[in-house]
Ligand binder design. Structure first.
Ligand code: ATP
Ligand code: MG
Length: 752
């Protein structure tokens, strides 16, 4: 009849509409890039709300990045014409974190638990290896940690890891280390990314009443980028979906690019078995790209064997050829890209509609340098580079301790930054007492300063720290979190430390601190902000704006730009040698899917570049063009080459695979702070933790347990007799130093 339909429906094609309007039962939208999967999913969300099928709090919607979640939120709010409260829309991690805050106790945590970032995880694992006497050369903490992460990706708690799998790690001690790591996390009232899901899964499995409550709450589930879910995410989803079975997943098997992190493309292929009666909807019309771009991408991905295969078509003019360009070296490549961008800009194209997509983050610097030199506005997207910076991490550590005083890792990081005369000896004492009493460092410090254990100078400095944190915690109740952050950074002397610093990078660090506080304003409160930072795997800067985006191919998933530059298409670099070495054909196919993701980000214009010479780790190597260059159907491509470099580079072929094998993985820089070598950084950060006290402390009494009159020995004051006890604080009459107040942790029963 005459009823006009809502605009979000009329803009859809028939297949998309079906996906939007099939509200009951499982639905799978399986379709190629740019076919409007995300758009249809967004419309479905709006439809559920607008038809009154569900309240916002009854829909659980999972996106692959926080940015995608934000965009979906804005879009739906736009469609509905009002903002919506009470969403459950976010990444697996952020949603799981929200559940876990609700049910923390069931996982043995307090609701204000900390989510560790990769650096903290690594530091923790390192401590455990030291405590267990495991040789770091044979089994680097990073390797053990990554095994633990893979287990977590598979939904395996230490008890569930099979003997076969465990045997391959740390000479068969993998599970033991995993368990120790978990125990330590628990003590710290912390968890890592993997735990967010894992704890939820364990709770869902062991507490039927919790699961039933979730089933009552969530009537509809929506999942984007389903092809990249790992086993843990899959289990988590399935448990929740069991309730109403109204689950709608969308994805593309050709865009599965996270196999190296445990994603299982099989999850999408098995959907119909998992959810019997599922309606499978295929979309074939691509709305994003020109026929040339789509043709090139389709031609390339056709080389993969393990795929479902699909036909895609798009309307419109063929569009510009894909420009393939060989350059002399990385610098020339960056210069070329910069020049092309400026030319496009002069022709009226927007910088915000251009992106440079790279296989590794290590390749970003060359572009950054060039763009800085020519003053081309750009931003790095897709990694928490900003939050990686030394000064930002320090500032975050302060805020973490304010939010969660039991966060020992954060406390250790800043207790003597700026320098307060809290030397290693004092810290050692503090750690020892904390371990002995099973208390957090800050709380231990609070008790320690009421005794004579510390040297006057250290005692004064520590008193200052303790009182500051008490004050800031108080202030946190009253001040907006941005003001709180300013207060903390000023009063702690941390900002002043950089003001006094004459190093060339100090002003930049101050700017970053300002930017940090500015950025906090986007969040409701301190906890929300810290959680976001902890979860950050995606770009945090806003889209749009007149800036060229530089990002990894992985980070570009789901996005689109008018113009895309795909740089560094060289054998070894892309396909990435390590992927080939580690997983052979499977690795190559995943690399090819990554190329497909890259190509399909472009709407109108695509450049592919490679260099004949590449400097990596300080030495030069001749490079040859990627096999993916040859796999682009020639009819869609226009090859241009600087002085015939294409041929020259190809001639340089000499079994030179492997030359580029060792560069960073796309998430590498999360763990590496710019401007500091990795060795330097870890040397600095681990030293306090590996001072050997751990094993000694283990044998000390966990509690005071000294009787009045008992003879005791204290390392500093010698022998004496206990006069008074107040919990762990004792007054002892020492034979040679008179009466002192001391900590029980520093006493042993005298052997005389
Ligand atoms: P990817 O696989 O890359 O995530 P996708 O399948 O999620 O892609 P969308 O991002 O939803 O695709 O859509 C691609 C582009 O096509 C967007 O610009 C979107 O607005 C547009 N689009 C989608 N459906 C339609 C339609 N029915 N009519 C016009 N434009 C559409
Ligand atoms: Mg999408």
């Amino acid at each position: 009849d005459e009823v006009s339909e809502p605009p979000y429906l009329s803009g859809l094609n028939a297949a998309q509409r079906e996906a939007v309007e099939t509200l009951d039962g499982p639905v799978l939208m399986l379709a190629g890039a740019g076919t409007g999967k995300t758009r249809a999913l967004t419309a479905r969300l709006a439809h559920l709300l607008l038809t009154g099928r569900a309240m916002p709090g009854q829909i659980l919607a999972v996106t692959f990045t926080n940015k995608a979640a934000r965009e979906m939120k804005e879009r739906v709010a736009g469609l509905l014409g009002r903002s919506v409260e009470g969403w459950w829309l976010g990444t697996f991690h952020s949603l799981a974190a929200r559940f876990l805050r609700r049910y923390a106790e069931m996982a043995g945590l307090q609701p204000n638990f900390t989510i560790l970032d990769p650096d903290d995880q690594l530091r923790l694992m390192k401590q455990i290896l030291v405590a267990e006497g495991i040789d770091d050369k044979a089994w680097p903490a990073r390797a053990v940690l990554s095994a633990v992460e893979r287990w977590k990706d598979k939904g395996l708690t230490p008890e569930r890891v099979s003997a076969g799998e465990a045997g391959a790690v740390a000479n068969g001690r993998g599970v033991e280390l995993y368990a120790a790591y978990q125990a330590r996390l628990q003590q710290l009232n912390a968890c890592d990314f993997g735990d967010l899901l894992l704890h939820c899964i364990e709770i869902f499995r062991s507490r039927p009443e919790v699961l039933a409550e979730l089933h009552r709450q969530f009537r509809y589930l929506l999942v984007d980028e389903y092809q990249d879910t790992n086993v843990a995410q899959y289990l988590w989803l399935r448990l929740i979906a069991q309730g109403h079975k109204n689950i709608c997943c969308v994805g593309d098997d050709d865009q599965s690019i996270y196999g190296w992190r445990g994603a299982e493309v099989g999850n999408i292929l098995r959907f119909e078995q998992d959810f019997p009666g599922a309606k499978v909807i295929r979309l074939e019309r691509n709305y994003r790209s020109t026929p040339t771009i789509l043709g090139a991408a389709s031609g390339l991905i056709a080389k993969n064997e393990g795929r479902l295969g699909k036909t895609l078509w798009t309307e419109g003019d063929a569009g510009e050829h894909i420009r393939v360009r060989g350059l002399w070296d990385g610098e020339a490549e960056a210069r070329f890209v910069g020049d092309e961008i400026e030319a496009l800009q002069r022709a009226g194209e927007s910088l915000g509609e251009m992106a440079i997509l790279l296989r590794t983050t290590a390749m970003m610097r060359e572009f950054e340098d060039r763009f800085n030199a020519i003053g081309l506005p750009h931003r790095i997207v897709g990694g928490p580079r900003f939050y990686e910076r030394l000064e930002v991490r320090d500032a975050l550590a302060y805020l973490r301790v304010v939010a969660q005083p039991a966060d020992d890792l954060a406390f250790e990081r800043i207790v003597n930054k700026p320098k307060r005369g809290l030397g290693e000896a004092t810290l050692k004492q503090l750690r020892q007492a904390a371990r002995a009493q099973g208390l957090p460092l800050l709380e231990t410090a609070r008790r320690l300063i009421a005794t004579d254990e510390l040297k006057p100078k250290a005692r004064k400095a520590l008193t200052d720290v303790v009182e500051s944190f008490l004050r800031w915690r108080q202030a946190a109740e009253e001040l907006p979190h941005t003001e709180l952050a300013e207060t903390v950074l000023e009063e702690s002397g941390y900002i002043e430390m950089w003001r006094q610093d004459t190093a060339i990078e100090a002003p930049g660090r101050l700017e970053n601190l300002v930017a940090l506080v500015d950025g906090m304003a986007d969040f409701e409160n301190l906890q929300g902000f810290l959680e976001h930072v902890g979860l950050v795997m995606e770009n945090l800067q806003e889209t749009g704006g007149e800036q060229v985006s530089i990002m990894t191919l992985h980070a570009a998933k789901g996005l689109e730009f008018d113009t895309v530059f795909l740089a560094g298409w060289e054998e070894g670099l892309f396909p990435n040698q390590r992927a080939l070495d580690e997983t052979g054909l499977r690795g190559l196919e995943e690399e090819r899917r990554l190329a497909y993701v890259g190509l399909t980000r472009a709407r109108r214009r695509l450049f592919v570049t490679f260099a004949a010479n590449r400097r990596l780790h300080g030495s030069w190597a001749a490079a040859i063009p990627s096999r993916f260059v040859d796999e682009l159907p020639p009819e869609h491509v226009e090859v241009e080459s600087e002085q015939g470099l294409y041929g020259q580079a190809a001639a340089a072929w000499g079994g030179s695979f492997g030359r580029f094998g060792a560069e960073e993985d796309p998430f590498g820089p999360r763990r590496v702070s710019p401007g500091m070598s990795r060795a330097q950084r870890y040397a600095n950060e681990f030293r306090p933790f590996i001072d050997g006290t751990a094993t000694v402390v283990e044998s000390l009494p966990a509690e005071g347990g000294f009787a009045i009159g008992e003879r005791v020995f204290h390392t500093k004051f010698g022998y004496g007799s206990v006069v008074r006890t107040e919990g762990e604080k004792l007054t002892v009459a020492f034979d040679h130093s008179g009466e002192k107040r001391v900590m029980a942790a520093f006493l042993v029963p005298a052997d005389q």
